[in-house]
Design a protein around this ligand. Structure first.
Ligand code: SAM
Length: 218
């Protein structure tokens, strides 16, 4: 994501319960440890400006949503969006300022998640930089392990080779995720009809988007 200025919440904005840092995290990441209940838990990796997390947590009060965003000011911006959207009243959404990769390696129990969402991850265009992509051989195996049977992995990108590589890697490394199901573009009438800020941008500039969902079978 281009690193231009992003609106920050005022210093006296109370983001408690909506924003946390790595040091505040429980050892094991689960609905129980984060939200104190056993609702299904969905994790978004790279929440950016937080549109998805705010809209989904309001629309689905029976599920919990945990957004992981590596850039602190974006994580805070997203948490402030959750506050404005009223997610605190549902008590079902929280942002973490941190790196998703190590958390998926060791702190998320196997077969525990309802869904993993990755929308428009940074493309890292140059071949020599591709190993920095957040969806990679290791993370795919970790996502697959973390999902319960029937759990979903959503992956959307506007980078064709990222899309093709991901579908290919999943087929080889995580066949238990099943077959890729294309996800449809939804007719957008207002802001919340876009799943994420980057989807809105891609549609505005008529950039093709590749959308896929997996539902874990085994
Ligand atoms: C291109 S932006 C897309 C943001 C949002 N998903 C959207 O569609 O509007 C990718 C986001 O992923 C974040 N990100 C990159 N690597 C990450 C990681 N390892 N863990 C968590 N967030 C990460 C970036 O800081 C950036 O905000």
């Amino acid at each position: 994501m281009p690193r231009h200025t992003i609106r920050q919440p005022k210093s006296d904005t109370d983001l408690s319960g909506l924003y946390c840092e790595k040091e505040d995290l429980p050892e094991t990441i689960s609905s129980e440890s984060l939200f104190g209940n056993d609702r299904p838990l969905e994790i978004e990796i790279g929440s950016g400006k937080g549109l998805f997390l705010a809209a989904e947590s309001i629309a689905n009060p029976d599920r919990n949503f945990f957004g992981i965003e590596i850039i602190d000011k974006y994580a805070k911006h997203s948490a402030a969006r959750l506050l404005r959207a009223g997610s605190r009243d549902h008590g079902n959404a929280r942002m973490l300022a941190g790196n998703a990769e190590p958390l998926f390696e060791s702190r998320i129990p196997e077969q525990s998640l309802e869904a993993v969402h990755v929308y428009f991850p940074d493309p890292w265009w140059k071949k020599k930089h591709r190993k920095r992509r957040v969806v990679n051989e290791k993370s795919i195996v970790n996502y697959a392990k973390s999902l319960r049977i029937g759990g979903r992995l959503h992956f959307w990108t506007d980078v064709l080779d990222y899309f093709e590589d991901t579908v290919e890697m999943i087929a080889v490394l995580a066949p238990g995720l099943g077959v890729p199901v294309p996800e449809e573009e939804i007719e957008a009438e207002h802001d919340l009809d876009y799943r994420t800020h980057f989807e809105r941008r891609s549609r505005k500039y008529r950039i093709p988007v590749y959308r896929v969902r997996y539902e874990k079978r085994s």
